[in-house]
Design a protein around this ligand. Structure first.
Ligand SMILES: *[C@@H]1O[C@H](CO)[C@@H](O)[C@H](O)[C@H]1NC(C)=O
Ligand SMILES: *[C@@H]1O[C@H](CO)[C@@H](O)[C@H](O)[C@H]1NC(C)=O
Ligand SMILES: *[C@@H]1O[C@H](CO)[C@@H](O)[C@H](O)[C@H]1NC(C)=O
Ligand SMILES: *[C@@H]1O[C@H](CO)[C@@H](O)[C@H](O)[C@H]1NC(C)=O
Ligand SMILES: *[C@@H]1O[C@H](CO)[C@@H](O)[C@H](O)[C@H]1NC(C)=O
Ligand SMILES: *[C@@H]1O[C@H](CO)[C@@H](O)[C@H](O)[C@H]1NC(C)=O
Ligand SMILES: *[C@@H]1O[C@H](CO)[C@@H](O)[C@H](O)[C@H]1NC(C)=O
Ligand SMILES: *[C@@H]1O[C@H](CO)[C@@H](O)[C@H](O)[C@H]1NC(C)=O
Ligand SMILES: *[C@@H]1O[C@H](CO)[C@@H](O)[C@H](O)[C@H]1NC(C)=O
Ligand SMILES: *[C@@H]1O[C@H](CO)[C@@H](O)[C@H](O)[C@H]1NC(C)=O
Length: 838
């Protein structure tokens, strides 16, 4: 069946082209070239094709008559899909138009009277200088006018976008000069002249995409966080969607789409101001719409007025934020929302210093899956700081946190807040007066009272369960001899030093009460940070031992799988470079893991905070080696084969001697016997540390851990976060930047200033070399962990030359316009998955 279909396809395509050509321009003749030069004159009946037959350039009319002829570019497979029009404001009225290169080197379009009706208009600096150029139609759909002798591009259609946003094209904004390049719509679908809609990037502060109607915002994408536009549903990552924001030295920030897709897809701003993404279905010979914006009522900018939130599944769709009420109830009730909402109870900080209110500080009400409001201010910082920064300043109305951005604050108004039902948005915290929170608490009390009866019944069950547990534990205890000595104070704790044969039932159990006492009732002041599935607290047992308690947030209902996964994985492991699990607590609604406490916290703090100066090169090398040993143990030396899948600096803990210990096994996978590669539908992990084949195809193996390890090594050497945002070299990413320096023989520029002692130069360079070997794009080129350790210890002296690292080509190729096929991802179904996701 496939055979018949395939052999028919070229024939059908041929037919389409022929039929179309006939309607388009009578007897089109395709010139056998992709380039217009000074001796070639393109007539109305001629077309040229890009070398891979992706795009065609020629003359066309839009409504079947010959009354208005345009010169432009369209998809070879879909001639009615025009991507760019030269004379959009100036149609020809007959078929006498010609295109050629003028004596000044410009590409010109002339009518039958040899009058120039359109020209590329580039000027040379002394205008008398005459240069020879050719105009080439590239497979990216870009028409590039280049100087022959130097190859310099004098003009290109991709820098003058119209309604189509093609891969490698850019829309841009320069916050310093205000210069911008936007998409602009056609007037109607039959009339390519300038319409009322534009779409582009606004890059003052955090970059966001907009659609404007006559300059007034109509849709907003939410802030770019270095990975996705946070207010767009179903966006996954730079690597998969291909969208990216980057900047140039002159301050221009641009939004682009890399050339990753193997299938044909297009994004256009259509004549009604809707951004439409569609992919070409070869079998149906038609475009399949995969995503649109705005897609529903709530997507329209500021649909509900200020201080309200729009949720398409609510009825009515608009509601005031907590602590706010409609400005005009009558209007609001009639569905006129433009008036928005106003604050119901003044904030404590707004009232004159009222002594009786001292203990009634304002608080925050949390909303999840939110497209955060427009006009944000931001600062770097970690999640826990955002709240106190906002609380301290009375003009702060709300805050939000995104790991790629930091803290975001709002001080004037909260406009265009939208809630999603899944897979988009951020957590958003609105400041409210204490009394508004009290309401919430009272409600909670009421609920608690109402369930007390059922709790009574439950407690009887619990007692029975506890009694049985206790018996079981006693049995276990006697079976394994005495509990560890030194565990005075509580008979509840059973610690065992030999963790080798532990399984879940045998894992020491801690009571909730003991852990609550140890952590001062989970005092927020004792919070160490957030683990994979919940907060981590520092605690001290009655015997003086420090512990770290990771608590699965009972309320969220999430993370149970990760919790169980972590218990299963880590209870079977023991190695000096893996964090040690001491026990667990599964009681009532509570699920907690108890770890040894590590004095120095996580690696990211010391590595990325430039004011920290403790990690000299010796310590860093020790850390690189230690992590390597821990990984090797996971991959090879333990009886199981384990892939960690989420290796990053915040998951590396440091003990008091600065020895690294790998933690957070919530996402780790155990491989059976001789299996060494697996697929997963759900890609988990952290952006920036994931190997390309995993991020894009969901395939993971020990080589994907090796990739993360390589990123980690480069971060340790550079002291810079791979995902760092708004940095000078952002447009390359750490890997691309390292690769660039390496090839330019400037690799020493990467070295963190804090470890720039020339005595270590050679060793650091060797580590960088190893790091680059680990992040190579093709997974089978990457060394195994045992090879890495041999290289680190110089057992292996001669290192291979590293190949191109993963995820960098899109940066360097942004406007080269070469064919995509050579570097297309090898995972063959991911492209479709992604498209469907949007
Ligand atoms: C212009 O292109 C035509 C067709 O490809 C070719 O025959 C001709 O030699 C070219 N002229 C110059 C000056 O390159
Ligand atoms: C560009 O060319 C047009 C004619 O097509 C002319 O009217 C216009 O002044 C030129 N613009 C510049 C900046 O040279
Ligand atoms: C442009 O081409 C002409 C003839 O092909 C040649 O005489 C002239 O030197 C060229 N000019 C430059 C700047 O290359
Ligand atoms: C075709 O489009 C041109 C330009 O927009 C317009 O002048 C002409 O009337 C249209 N013809 C028909 C039949 O719609
Ligand atoms: C564009 O906007 C102007 C001003 O709002 C309006 O008069 C005009 O009809 C609009 N054009 C189209 C094609 O909708
Ligand atoms: C623009 O796209 C939207 C969504 O696909 C569609 O409903 C609308 O009709 C389109 N407008 C035009 C003028 O094609
Ligand atoms: C396009 O849509 C049709 C019908 O909805 C579907 O059968 C087909 O698989 C889609 N093609 C692509 C390439 O998404
Ligand atoms: C101080 O608070 C009390 C009770 O909340 C209130 O009755 C009083 O009016 C407040 N005083 C001022 C100056 O706001
Ligand atoms: C409070 O925030 C506003 C705007 O965010 C800022 O202008 C002001 O300086 C801040 N005040 C203090 C005391 O930090
Ligand atoms: C909000 O912050 C901006 C920037 O700091 C400042 O210019 C503006 O005046 C502030 N607005 C209010 C109401 O505090």
């Amino acid at each position: 069946m496939m055979g018949t279909k395939n052999s028919l396809k070229p024939f059908l395509q041929f037919l389409t082209v022929i039929t179309f050509s006939y309607f388009r321009c009578g007897f089109c003749s395709s010139l056998n070239t992709d380039t217009i030069n000074s001796t070639l004159i393109l007539r109305d009946s001629d077309t040229i094709h890009s070398i891979g037959n992706q795009f065609t350039l020629g003359f066309f009319s839009l409504n079947g008559t010959t009354t208005a002829r345009y010169m432009g570019i369209w998809y070879y497979v879909s001639p009615s899909s025009v991507t760019w029009v030269a004379n959009r404001e100036n149609p020809l009225h007959d078929s006498s138009g010609t295109v050629t290169i003028s004596s000044s080197g410009n590409l010109i379009l002339m009518n039958g009277n040899r009058e120039i009706i359109w020209s590329t208009n580039f000027t040379t600096s002394p205008s008398s200088v005459i240069i020879n150029t050719t105009a080439q139609l590239l497979d990216s759909g870009n028409l590039a006018l280049r100087e022959i002798s130097t190859g310099n591009t004098m003009w290109e259609s991709h820098r003058h976008p119209q309604n189509s946003f093609l891969p490698t094209m850019r829309v841009s904004h320069n916050p310093r000069t205000g210069a911008r390049v936007d998409l602009n719509s056609w007037r109607t679908s039959q009339d390519p002249s300038l319409g009322n809609f534009t779409s582009g990037l606004y890059a003052v502060g955090i970059p966001q995409m907009y659609i404007w109607e006559n300059g007034i915002p109509m849709w907003r994408s939410g802030p770019w966080n270095g990975r996705i536009l946070t207010g767009v549903t179903g966006m996954y990552s730079v690597y998969v969607d291909g969208f990216n924001v980057a900047n140039e030295d002159d301050g221009t920030v641009y939004f682009t789409r890399s050339f990753r897709q193997r299938f044909i897809s297009r994004n256009i701003l259509n004549a009604s101001g809707v951004l439409v993404e569609a992919s070409w279905d070869e079998d149906l010979n038609n475009w399949n719409v995969t995503w649109t914006a705005p897609a529903n009522d709530c997507d329209y900018y500021n649909r509900c007025g200020a201080f309200s939130v729009c949720f398409i599944n609510d009825l009515p769709i608009c509601n005031c934020l907590r602590g706010y009420e409609p400005r005009n109830r009558g209007e609001w009730g009639r569905g006129v929302w433009s008036g928005g909402c106003v604050r119901r109870t003044p904030l404590q900080c707004e009232r004159a210093n009222n002594a009786t209110d001292r203990n009634r500080e304002d608080g925050f009400s949390r909303l999840s899956l939110i497209k955060v409001p427009d006009f944000m201010q931001w600062s770097t910082g970690v999640e826990t700081e955002c709240e106190s920064l906002c609380l301290r300043n009375c003009s702060c109305l709300a805050y939000a946190y995104d790991p790629g951005i930091g803290c975001m604050f709002w001080n004037e108004t909260l406009i265009d807040v939208q809630r999603f039902s899944a897979s988009a948005g951020s957590d958003f915290y609105v400041r409210v007066a204490y009394s508004e929170l009290v309401d919430e608490r009272n409600n909670r009390v009421a609920i608690i009272v109402s369930v007390i009866a059922s709790l009574f019944v439950a407690s009887i069950c619990l007692f029975l369960a506890w009694w049985m547990c206790k018996r079981k534990r006693k049995n276990a205890k006697s079976a394994h001899g005495n509990g560890e000595n030194g565990v005075s104070g509580s008979s509840e704790i059973v610690l065992r030093s030999d963790m080798d044969n532990v399984n879940i039932e045998e894992l020491p159990l801690y009571s909730f009460e003991i852990l609550a006492n140890a952590t001062n009732n989970f005092d927020l002041g004792k919070k160490l940070g957030m683990g994979g599935f919940g907060p981590v607290f520092k605690g001290k047992l009655a015997n003086g031992r420090d512990i770290a308690v990771k608590r699965l947030s009972a309320a969220s209902g999430q993370g149970f799988d990760e919790f169980m996964n972590e218990v299963v994985v880590i209870s079977k492991l023991q190695h000096r470079n893996l964090v040690r699990l001491l026990g667990c607590c599964v009681e009532k609604e509570e699920k907690m893991l108890i770890y040894e406490y590590l004095q120095n916290g996580s690696l990211d703090v010391f590595l990325f905070d430039k004011t920290q100066d403790v990690l000299d090169w010796r310590k860093r090398f020790n850390i690189i080696e230690g992590i390597g040993r821990g990984l090797l143990y996971l991959h090879r030396d333990s009886r199981l084969k384990i892939i960690h899948r989420d290796l990053k600096p915040s998951n590396i803990l440091l003990d008091d001697n600065w020895n690294p210990k790998i933690s957070d096994f919530g996402m780790a996978r155990i491989f059976g016997g001789n299996q060494d590669q697996a697929n997963t539908g759900k890609v988990v992990g952290t952006y920036g540390y994931m190997a390309p084949e995993y991020a894009m195809g969901g395939r993971f193996s020990e080589k994907s851990d090796v990739f993360s390890y390589g990123v980690l090594v480069l971060e340790i050497i550079s002291g810079r976060r791979n995902t760092s945002f708004y940095s000078d070299e952002f447009s390359l990413g750490l890997l691309g930047y390292a690769w660039k320096l390496w090839n330019e023989d400037n690799a020493t520029d990467l070295i963190d200033k804090r470890i720039s002692d020339p005595n270590f130069r050679t060793e650091i360079m060797r580590c960088m070399h190893i790091g680059l070997l680990c992040v190579q794009e093709v997974s089978k080129d990457r060394p195994t962990m045992s090879t890495v350790l041999s290289m680190l210890s110089s057992e292996i002296v001669d290192l291979q030359v590293p190949e191109h690292p993963g995820f960098t080509d899109r940066w360097s190729r942004t406007h080269v316009g070469s064919s995509s096929s050579s570097n297309a991802p090898s995972a063959n179904n991911i492209t479709h998955t992604v498209m469907e996701g949007r």
